[in-house]
Design a protein. Structure first.
Length: 279
C-alpha cells in the first residue's frame, strides 16, 4: 500500500514545504487541494505548473490527485471539469477529485451523469481518472455507484471517503461492495463521533478503519485527509504524519497487506517524473 496526505491538512503551505513533509514522513504521494486560496489551482499558468511538477519529481513524490471543488450533481455549478483534468495532466497527477453537491432533487443523478460523461473522453485521452467522492448529497457507496454505473466510463470512478459512508449508515463491507468496480483509492481520517467531526489522529476516534482497509488492493493508495482547514483549533498535521502512517501500516499488517518501502532518494532535477497513467 502507498500513502498520501491531503494539503487540506496544511492549508496554504508552499509546494516545496509540502514535498519536504512528504519525504520526511515517508509518504509517497500528495493530494493537492486545488482551490484559489492554495498555491496550486486551475488558474495558475504553464510555467508555474511545470515548476510544481518538477518540484514533486525532484523529491520523488507523486502528485496523486488534483482535489477540485466541482459539484457535478448541482445544475448551477460552473467549475470546469476540463480545466481540472488539464491541471492534473500538467502536474502528472493520476486523479481529479469532484464532489456530488446535489440538492436533494431526484434529477441530481442525471445532472451528474451528464457532466461526468462530458469529460470522460478527455480524461481518458490525458491518462487522468475523474473520481466522484462519497460526500454530501451522495455520501454512501451505493449512491455514488448508482451514478457511476450509469456513466459507464473507465476514466470516471469513485473516491471512497470512509467518514462519509460511515455517517451515511453503511458498513465498510457494504461501501466496498458498492464501490469496488469503480474504486480509485480511499481517503482515511478519524473523528470523535458523528456529532463531533473535528479531525483526530488516526486511531484516536471511532471510524472503523481496520474494516475499511481489510478488503483493499495492496498495490493501491491510502490518503489521509485531515481537515485542518475547516477546524483551525485541531492539532497541527505535520507533527502527526509519521504516527499516522505507522498506524495505517499496523492496521494493514493485521490484515496481511504489505506496505511500501520508505520514499526513494530524491530525484535529480530534470529526471523523468512518475507516469501520468495508472494509480
Amino acid at each position: 500500500m502507498r500513502y498520501a496526505f491531503s494539503t487540506l491538512g496544511v492549508p496554504g503551505l508552499p509546494v516545496p514545504e509540502v514535498v519536504r513533509l512528504a519525504v520526511a514522513h515517508g509518504y509517497q504521494g500528495v493530494e493537492l487541494r486545488a482551490h484559489p486560496e492554495e498555491p496550486v489551482h486551475p488558474g495558475i499558468g504553464a510555467r508555474q505548473r511545470a515548476d510544481v511538477a518538477a518540484e514533486f519529481a525532484a523529491g520523488g513524490v507523486r502528485v496523486l490527485t488534483v482535489a477540485g471543488y466541482a459539484r457535478v450533481a448541482d445544475p448551477d455549478d460552473t467549475e470546469r471539469l476540463d480545466a481540472l483534468v488539464a491541471l492534473a495532466y500538467d502536474l502528472g497527477a493520476s486523479y481529479v477529485r469532484v464532489f456530488p453537491g446535489g440538492r436533494g432533487d431526484p434529477r441530481d443523478d442525471g445532472v451528474a451523469v451528464r457532466r461526468l460523461r462530458s469529460v470522460a473522453a478527455l480524461a481518458a485521452d490525458r491518462g487522468v481518472r475523474v473520481l466522484l467522492e462519497t460526500h454530501d448529497s451522495h455520501r454512501t457507496g451505493a449512491a455514488v455507484a448508482r451514478v457511476l454505473d450509469r456513466v459507464g466510463a473507465p476514466s470516471v470512478g469513485a473516491l471512497w471517503d470512509v467518514m462519509h459512508t460511515w455517517l451515511g449508515g453503511e458498513s465498510p463491507a457494504e461501501s466496498y461492495a458498492a464501490l469496488a468496480p469503480h474504486l480509485g483509492y480511499v481517503q482515511v481520517k478519524d473523528i470523535a463521533s458523528a456529532e463531533d467531526t473535528t479531525p483526530l489522529p488516526l486511531g484516536a476516534g471511532v471510524l472503523p478503519l481496520a474494516d475499511a482497509l481489510a478488503p483493499l488492493d495492496p498495490d493501491g493508495w491510502l490518503c489521509w485527509e485531515y481537515e485542518k482547514r475547516w477546524y483551525p483549533d485541531a492539532a497541527e498535521l505535520p507533527g502527526l504524519l509519521t504516527a499516522g502512517r505507522e498506524r495505517l501500516a499496523a492496521l494493514l499488517a493485521e490484515t496481511g497487506s504489505p506496505t511500501p518501502p520508505p520514499n526513494p532518494q530524491p530525484r535529480p532535477p530534470g529526471s523523468v517524473p512518475f507516469s501520468r497513467s495508472g494509480p
